[in-house]
Design a protein around this ligand. Structure first.
Ligand SMILES: [Zn+2]
Length: 280
């Protein structure tokens, strides 16, 4: 763990921790866990906090540190921790988001600023300890899924995504379930940027000029991915690759009003917009 809760309710990162200043009572940050932790000074690994495994120093089931998390669990835990951690001043890590290459219509203008990205497409390295290193860049939906399963949730919760125009937003505010995405869009609280939306695919409808991919409704709220004929050549996923899967999808939220009913869509152009994260 990168962070610990102090006896006074403050949160400290392992890097900043000083026993004389912060005291010796350290606890797990998960509000349902809060078991005692110990500090491990920098050695082969960076400085960190951990449970001892003895007596009550064991994470409880349901704690974000109890076992390695899957993508969905990680998203939920990051959302749970993020506001608190950022509010308490945990050091932020900025990662750039550049998904231009997902779009088959995208034509790079001139020389790409960071040609290395081509070879590191599916890898994001977080280097919060070394400010001089270039922060990672998210260049695919797969990178996001990998990021979520490669790091502990407190570290993920310190991440801000840089979405262009100097704007930086917490990771958990851009990765949302389809119901949240729909509500944000229709209450005008969504920001004008791409979102990563997750849900379960329940149905695929293939028509001559369009494919509709529907998410399973929750509270009567659905979500639809739309692929137009022009992009069929880039969208080759079969029904069996889609139906029944939990997916993470990237896109710009789009309103659709039909027969007085509001729904929300993503227009997608290729397989790359969808990352399967689990089969039910
Ligand atoms: Zn815990």
């Amino acid at each position: 763990m990168n962070t610990a809760l102090l006896f006074n309710g403050q949160i400290v990162s392992a890097e900043e921790y000083k026993p004389e200043k912060h005291g010796h009572r350290l606890f797990c940050i998960d509000k349902n866990c809060k078991v005692p932790l110990i500090f491990v000074a920098r050695g082969e690994r960076e400085a960190h906090f951990k449970t001892t495994g003895k007596a009550d120093s064991k994470h409880v089931s349901g704690c974000g540190f109890y076992e390695p998390l899957g993508v969905l669990q990680a998203i939920k835990k990051v959302a749970e921790y993020q506001e608190d951690l950022l509010k308490k001043g945990v050091k932020e890590t900025v990662i750039r988001v550049n998904l231009n290459k997902l779009d088959p219509d995208y034509e790079p203008k001139g020389i790409e600023r960071n040609p290395k990205e081509d070879t590191e497409e599916d890898r994001v390295e977080i280097k919060p300890k070394n400010e001089n290193k270039q922060p990672g860049t998210i260049t695919s939906v797969k990178t996001v899924a990998k990021l979520l399963t490669s790091y502990e949730p407190d570290l993920l919760a310190s991440i801000l995504l840089s979405i262009g125009g100097g704007r930086k937003v917490p990771l958990s505010s851009l990765i949302v379930d389809h119901v949240t995405a729909h509500k944000m869009l229709w209450s005008e609280s969504a920001i004008n940027t791409g979102y990563f939306v997750y849900g379960t695919i329940s149905k695929v409808t293939r028509l001559e000029k369009v494919i509709y991919i529907d998410f399973e409704k929750i509270d009567d709220i659905g979500f639809t991915l739309v692929v137009f004929e022009k992009y069929f050549k880039y969208f080759t996923l079969k029904d069996k690759d889609l139906v029944g899967f939990d997916v993470l999808v990237y896109g710009m939220l789009k309103k659709n009003e039909h027969k007085g009913k509001n729904s929300t869509e993503f227009l997608i152009k290729s397989n790359k917009y969808i990352e399967k994260i689990r089969k039910l």
